[in-house]
Design a protein around this ligand. Structure first.
Ligand SMILES: O=P(O)(O)O[C@@H]1C[C@H](O)[C@@H](CO)O1
Ligand SMILES: Nc1nc2[nH]cnc2c(=O)[nH]1
Length: 291
């Protein structure tokens, strides 16, 4: 490993090679589970799983509701790898560490990244328990210069100046909306803009009003760096936010958000999310490889 902030191609490759030596699964799809959404991995059949602490080079997750396991297996016959727990900037990880698994997935042969997160609603029409298909994001740390692509560009992964328009794949979003319709989910499914902030504090009222005015429908503390790095190395991206709370935008509102409440709503919608993601994966146009 180079300096604390600098991870080189060999570091990603070493981790990928270790994983390839430990499992026969060769996933084309990776799923990152948000807070309290790790049960998505439970649906995988023929599982091989690894604690992050046992994977050479892997960061460790420290947040309640993030189990810290990499799970390989099949969802309706499609080979996937699932991160049961992700890394956040507020845990003290550099953005290179936060996005380390995404580049490892690329080296494993992953072509599509599905990200999920727990988020607070800024949009007035959203309710707790709604599922928001992410149309686009606002990367607040990125706009302020905190970017996982900072430093020398690794041309083997992608270009120095990657575009970020149209990153959330239009066809996958359309497919997800069709699936939601056929499953009878449409009344609690939204499509909108996710805003990433650094956390770990939730928003002040003035910040919430500011983000809403900027065009954000939901706010959370993850996702944008992973999506950015996945898009940089040519992966298709699909994202879902589970709306776990309303962000207070009114000075007369005395409600206070907390992580336990976030986990409670995640639990309530876990099965629904699992069904939606499983159905989506089953309809992806991919063929399985094996070792
Ligand atoms: O990993 P995600 O983005 O789902 O986690 C969200 C943001 C914070 O980590 C936590 C706050 O409750 O949930
Ligand atoms: N920043 C932020 N992250 C969240 N994760 C879940 N709910 C919220 C929220 O209201 N704000």
């Amino acid at each position: 490993m180079h300096s604390k902030e600098q991870i080189c191609h060999d570091d990603y490759q070493k981790t990928a090679d270790w994983i390839l030596s430990q499992t026969q699964h060769r996933p084309k799809v990776a799923i990152i589970c948000g807070s309290g959404l790790g049960m998505l991995a439970d649906a995988l059949k023929l599982q091989d799983s690894f604690h992050y602490s046992d994977i050479p080079g892997f960061p460790q997750s420290t947040v309640q509701g993030h189990a810290g396991r990499l799970v390989f297996g099949e969802l309706k016959g499609k080979t996937c790898v699932c991160m049961q727990g992700r890394f956040h900037m507020y845990e003290g990880h550099s953005l290179c560490k936060v996005t380390f698994p995404v580049r490892v997935f690329k080296l494993l042969g992953v072509e599509t990244l599905i990200v999920t997160n727990a988020a607070g609603a800024l949009a007035d029409g959203y309710c707790n328990g709604d599922i928001m298909i992410i149309r686009d994001h606002i990367n607040m740390p990125g706009l302020a210069g905190l970017n996982p692509l900072n430093g020398p560009n690794d041309d083997k992964f992608g270009p120095r100046f990657p575009p970020m328009s149209g990153v959330y794949d239009k066809d996958l979003r359309r497919l997800a909306k069709d699936i939601c319709k056929s499953l009878g989910y449409s009344q609690f499914v939204q499509e909108g803009v996710y805003c990433m902030v650094g956390g770990p504090n939730f928003e002040s009222i003035a910040e919430a009003r500011f983000l809403h005015k900027l065009g954000a429908d939901a706010v959370g503390m993850s996702t944008a760096p992973e999506v950015l790095v996945a898009s940089h190395c040519g992966m298709k991206v699909f994202g879902l936010s589970l709306i776990t709370n309303k962000v207070v935008k009114d000075y007369d509102d005395t409600e206070k958000v907390n992580h336990e409440g976030v986990l409670g709503v995640s639990k309530m919608r876990s099965e629904t999310l699992q069904t939606l993601v499983t159905e989506l994966v089953s309809r992806l146009d991919i063929n399985n490889n094996t070792a």
